[in-house]
Design a protein around this ligand. Structure first.
Ligand code: SF4
Length: 299
């Protein structure tokens, strides 16, 4: 293996500050990094091409062009349905999900002749899945011991293969842990990262309201990609069936788009009012709901 192949890695890129910092720090240390964004239907209300546009706006065209987008499929849905290591506070199966992300990233290593992975993990930053024991368990379960570099918290983890080979010196990296983001913000300034999304938001599986919608899909055997996308918008109403009612014109267009993309039944009222997706139910009830939320209907 040539030396430059040893210096090529794949980074799990979430679009957020920590993962861009991890990439920049590795690049500053002389490594070639391929950013990999793993798209799941829960990662955003947006579709992959819209996310790519967002990366372009935030980090520039050149960087966005380098981002490889992996679209996860049924395997990820069955993991959410039936996680081996259980859920967090809501329907977030973080341990299983992280193992899945790492394994997926590892599956790109051959293709890109990469020898290691990079993550933006910070020890102790979030709940259970960023505790040291959990991080190391995830590393073991993914079969990647020693191959994962965490540039932001490198000092708190065992020596990596890169260090054993003398290719990486941890002294060149910061030692960040905990929830305080002051060091990351200073580092962003130093590395010329002017714009980045705020840490709030993100994965819909951690959102209590979205998780309760999702529970209904699970109970009603409606847990598939088209309905998952539909319940990301509008009012979710379980009343003589299951319906999503748009709240405004933006949601009307979104539901129209989804209906065309996934061939899902959409009720269009014959008065000025919201569109209604019928997950289960009938047109009479959809009409009633459209009327309830319209100023132009009086029956
Ligand atoms: S928050 Fe969501 S994307 Fe992140 S590890 Fe948990 S389930 Fe996966």
């Amino acid at each position: 293996m040539e030396k430059n192949e040893l210096k090529r890695g794949i980074a799990l890129f979430s679009g957020g500050l920590d993962s861009i910092l991890a990439i920049k720090l590795m690049e500053r240390a002389g490594f070639e990094i391929i950013p990999l964004f793993i798209y799941t239907p829960f990662i955003s209300r947006k579709f992959p091409d819209e996310i790519k546009e967002e990366f372009e706006e935030l980090y520039g065209k050149e960087f966005a062009r380098r981002v490889v987008i992996h679209q996860s499929g049924k395997e990820y849905l069955s993991l959410v349905k039936n996680p081996r290591f259980g859920y967090g506070k809501n329907l977030n199966p973080c341990i299983d999900c992280k193992i899945f992300f790492l394994r997926t990233a590892a599956s790109y290593m051959d293709r890109f002749k990469a020898t290691f992975l990079v993550t933006g993990e910070v020890l102790g930053q979030r709940g259970m899945s960023q505790r040291k024991d959990a991080i190391l368990k995830i590393e073991r379960e993914s079969g990647l011991c020693g191959k994962i570099v965490r540039p932001l918290s490198l000092h708190y983890f065992p020596e990596t293969v890169l260090e054993k080979k003398g290719l990486l010196d941890r002294k060149m990296f910061p030692a960040i842990k905990g929830r305080n983001r002051k060091t990351q913000l200073e580092l962003a300034k130093k590395l010329g990262i002017a714009r980045f999304p705020q840490p709030a938001g993100g994965c819909l599986l951690t959102d209590p309201a979205f998780s309760s919608r999702l529970r209904v899909l699970l109970m009603e055997d409606l847990f598939d990609i088209k309905w998952i996308n539909a319940i990301k918008f509008g009012r979710f109403i379980v009343e003589n069936g299951i319906y999503v009612v748009a709240r405004n014109n933006v949601e009307n267009s979104r539901l129209m788009f989804l209906s065309e993309k996934y061939k899902i039944p959409l009720f269009v009222p014959n008065f000025k009012g919201p569109l209604v997706v019928i997950l289960r139910g009938n047109k009479e009830q959809a009409n009633k709901l459209a009327c309830r939320y319209s100023r132009h209907c009086s029956f």
